[in-house]
Design a protein around this ligand. Structure first.
Ligand SMILES: *[C@@H]1O[C@H](CO)[C@@H](O)[C@H](O)[C@H]1NC(C)=O
Ligand SMILES: *[C@@H]1O[C@H](CO)[C@@H](O)[C@H](O)[C@H]1NC(C)=O
Ligand SMILES: *[C@@H]1O[C@H](CO)[C@@H](O)[C@H](O)[C@H]1NC(C)=O
Ligand SMILES: *[C@@H]1O[C@H](CO)[C@@H](O)[C@H](O)[C@H]1NC(C)=O
Ligand SMILES: *[C@@H]1O[C@H](CO)[C@@H](O)[C@H](O)[C@H]1NC(C)=O
Ligand SMILES: *[C@@H]1O[C@H](CO)[C@@H](O)[C@H](O)[C@H]1NC(C)=O
Ligand SMILES: *[C@@H]1O[C@H](CO)[C@@H](O)[C@H](O)[C@H]1NC(C)=O
Length: 428
């Protein structure tokens, strides 16, 4: 397979010069051919001295492989941007994002003015499940052509970073914020006046919410117009305690491997507690490192995951793991979202109880965050992804088009029970 990788070392800027410098011109960019998994693609590495670049600096840029405009309606081009970020240990790191440019942007008469940062819930400890590879052609992202059709640019960051640190909130939030910095500075028609918003469901809500909490301290120059989050999971510890033995059991190995990915001592501890023989041994547990969310869903469903450990649930309850969950996976403690927020949640969400969502909303409302929170009397966790989709899209359209104040309350919190049953998996 021929490889035509683009290594634009000129995109390695130093410190302050990077931000908001429209530095990328389409004539400088060459095309790569077929997509290669990140674990095998040398493009997914940081250039030397990347640590010296400011967070959000573009380190590498290429046209996304796979001729995306031929696959995604309303897309004129898609780019891969590798950028400097900060990991879960607050150390310099890098991540990758895919930027989809709308067809209308090629129209010199139109003024591009909106960017949607959509955090895909990839929920995997396998770097090859990263959206820039696994979702680059837009599978499972039904709203992408529609968003592009509205003239929005769309950003899909690989927010778990190069070690696929699923569930490590500090890593995920930083990577989302720096992806937005990177795409805003990339040129392609986006400008500092662009309105931008975040959207995420479930695992994507986790990355989005962490970005919103960290933004005031980490990226104070950013000014998001809003954030829509659905199926929220404010307390990972609660959720992890509900997974073993269920259809979602596969999320438990991927979360434990993800949250320890950047913490060698905790990872080593986790591995030291795995059984070495029997039906539930280390080999089966570590298979999770090679599986996407969907594959892991099938591989582990209904398994008692604690069977993999010599001391059962005690490993997860140990201080080494609990400390990580407390620091990296509890929302409501790192900062206050400084943007309007739309929250949608099924009252019968079985993956994260609605009471935990209620508590986070109440916490934010207590410090004046402007929130519309809709609790749906219908449906499960997965159902609400569909049931809430149109309402989230309409809300995002209002913040991105500048009509929010005409349509929604701009101060305080509005909490409502709604009954919206577009989709009910149980009935299928
Ligand atoms: C470009 O703008 C013209 C004039 O406003 C319009 O007729 C045309 O449909 C636009 N093309 C795209 C691709 O948006
Ligand atoms: C592409 O955008 C147009 C609006 O410009 C929209 O009507 C159409 O549905 C979009 N295509 C798809 C496949 O979503
Ligand atoms: C942020 O953007 C909004 C419009 O979306 C504007 O009203 C507000 O003044 C901006 N805030 C800052 C700090 O720039
Ligand atoms: C998170 O959930 C766990 C288990 O339900 C609970 O013990 C803990 O107090 C919760 N943490 C926060 C910050 O609410
Ligand atoms: C470990 O588990 C795998 C299944 O995941 C099995 O094929 C293998 O035989 C087991 N190894 C031992 C030593 O029991
Ligand atoms: C889903 O549909 C089934 C069958 O019509 C119904 O029994 C169930 O109550 C519905 N579930 C929810 C949460 O609305
Ligand atoms: C929504 O429903 C819950 C029961 O799930 C009820 O306790 C609450 O009062 C209702 N809230 C509103 C705003 O109607």
């Amino acid at each position: 397979m021929s490889r035509h990788f683009l290594l634009l070392s000129s995109f390695l800027f130093t410190l302050a010069s990077a931000l908001y410098t429209p530095a990328v011109h389409s004539r400088d960019i060459t095309y790569s051919t077929a997509p290669i998994p990140p674990s095998k693609d040398p493009w997914y590495t940081a250039p030397p001295n990347f640590e010296d670049a400011a967070p959000g600096t573009i380190l590498r840029l290429r046209v996304a492989p796979g001729n995306i405009p031929s696959v995604i309606a309303n897309c004129s081009q898609a780019y891969h941007l590798l950028y400097r970020t900060t990991n879960a240990l607050y150390q310099p790191s890098w991540a990758m994002t895919t930027l989809y440019v709308p067809l209308s942007a090629s129209n010199s008469s139109s003024t591009a003015s909106a960017l949607l940062s959509y955090q895909i819930p990839y929920n995997s400890a396998d770097v090859d499940a990263s959206p820039s590879y696994a979702f680059s052609a837009g599978s499972q992202t039904g709203d992408l052509p529609n968003a592009l059709g509205r003239g929005w640019y769309v950003n899909f960051p690989d927010f778990e970073g190069p070690l696929a640190a699923f569930g490590a909130g500090i890593q995920e939030g930083h990577a989302v914020l720096d992806s937005v910095r990177a795409v805003l500075s990339s040129g392609f028609g986006l400008s500092p006046d662009t309105r931008y918003a975040m959207w995420g469901y479930s695992g994507g809500s986790v990355a989005s919410t962490w970005a919103a909490e960290l933004q005031g301290q980490y990226a104070p120059e950013l000014n998001f117009s809003g954030m829509a989050i659905g199926g929220i999971v404010p307390n990972f510890t609660t959720t992890l305690g509900l997974l073993s033995g269920t259809v979602y059991a596969g999320l438990l190995p991927s979360a434990l491997l993800g949250i320890t990915a950047e913490f060698p001592e905790s990872r080593e501890y986790l591995l030291s507690k795995l059984k070495t023989n029997g039906a539930y041994n280390a080999t089966g547990f570590l298979e999770s490192l090679e599986l996407s969310f969907e594959e892991g869903f099938i591989f582990y469903q209904y398994q008692d995951i604690f069977n993999y450990f010599v001391d059962g649930p005690a490993t997860v309850q140990s201080p080494l793991i609990q400390d990580l969950l407390n620091i990296q996976a509890q929302q409501g403690y790192h900062g206050i979202p400084q943007m309007p927020v739309y929250v949608y949640k099924a009252i019968h969400d079985e993956l994260s109880p609605v009471s935990v969502a209620d508590a986070l909303v109440e916490r934010y409302c207590g410090v004046g965050v402007n929130i519309l929170y809709e609790r749906n009397t219908v449906g499960s966790h997965l159902d609400e992804d569909y049931n809430g989709d149109a309402r989230a899209f309409a809300w995002l359209a209002s913040v991105l088009d500048g009509t929010y104040a005409q349509q929604y309350s701009v101060r305080g919190c509005t909490i409502e029970n709604v009954t919206v049953g577009v989709w009910n998996a149980t009935a299928i």
